[in-house]
Design a protein around this ligand. Structure first.
Ligand SMILES: C[S@@+](CC[C@H](N)C(=O)[O-])C[C@H]1O[C@@H](n2cnc3c(N)ncnc32)[C@H](O)[C@@H]1O
Length: 246
């Protein structure tokens, strides 16, 4: 697969999967996500299956697939996808099945989640997986690169959401789509504050959930144009939102 980050290729450790396929796991940044490691990563798909099915279905429904299918004819190259905090690779896999031939990139802070993704994507021709912590400081891809950027179930973990979303805007190709989905902050406020306090202690990181309106406002602050937004229930406890911006 021709890569868009040849300058960073030397920094990659190439993990051969078999003779035809390679994955690249970038290990330049050693800030590992401790929460999504070990058994939590290995059992993530089983433990969060219903939640994942529901939330990713809503995120996928936000995507303008017709626009992606037009990219080869209009731009003379395959569509390019970046899944930020790709976790175990479920969304990448689904999107590659929907748009065969797409160049797919996945970044995540957790090596153990990426190991699951590597396994899930082993039959895909070429996928580039990179271990990176994303916190608004900028991903090392050229500007105006990706036709689709997805970011599901992680905005609550990102320290500088406006910085992060601004960088996503920089990375979007002209006409590109950013699809963001996450769980929503709920009421009563005091109980939710207790939940977030506990979650921060368990995850040892920032946990800050947004409502759909807040997420849309963050996008606007980042210079994005919000095309579509939807709030939805996941189960009795979790509620979610998803939006598409460009
Ligand atoms: C709840 S999982 C969601 C995975 C996937 N996006 C999905 O929707 O199934 C959160 C993922 O975000 C990753 N993550 C959390 N904070 C991150 C950060 N600052 N930079 C990169 N990845 C991060 C974790 O390692 C984990 O794989």
């Amino acid at each position: 697969m021709p890569t868009i980050t040849d300058s960073t290729l030397d920094d990659c450790i190439t993990v051969p999967y078999n003779m035809q396929r390679t994955f690249h796991v970038w290990e330049g940044e050693k800030q590992m996500s401790r929460y999504y490691s070990g058994g939590r990563a290995r059992h993530y798909n089983r433990r969060w299956r219903r939640y994942t099915e529901k939330t990713l279905a809503v995120a996928i429904a936000m995507i303008d697939f017709a626009a992606l299918h037009r990219v080869p004819e209009e731009l003379g190259r395959p569509p390019r996808l970046l899944d930020v905090a790709c976790g175990t690779g479920i969304l990448l896999r689904h999107l590659l099945e929907c748009v065969p031939g797409m160049e797919a990139y996945g970044v995540d802070a957790s090596a153990d989640m990426l190991a699951q993704a590597q396994e899930a994507l082993m039959d895909q021709p070429h996928v580039r997986l990179e271990q990176r912590e994303v916190n608004g400081t900028g991903l090392p891809y050229p500007s105006r690169t990706f036709d689709l950027i997805t970011c599901t179930n992680v905005l609550h973990d990102i320290r500088d959401p406006v910085g992060f979303l601004s960088d996503m805007r920089r990375l979007l190709a002209p006409g590109g789509q950013l699809v963001v989905e996450d769980f929503a902050r709920r009421r009563p406020a005091l109980l939710w504050a207790v939940f977030e306090w506990l979650a921060r202690r368990i995850e040892e990181g920032p946990v800050r959930a947004y409502t759909l309106a807040e997420a849309q406002a963050l996008c606007v602050q980042a210079g994005l144009h919000v095309v579509n937004g939807k709030a939805f229930p996941i189960d009795w406890f979790w509620h979610g939102w998803a939006l598409r911006a460009g």
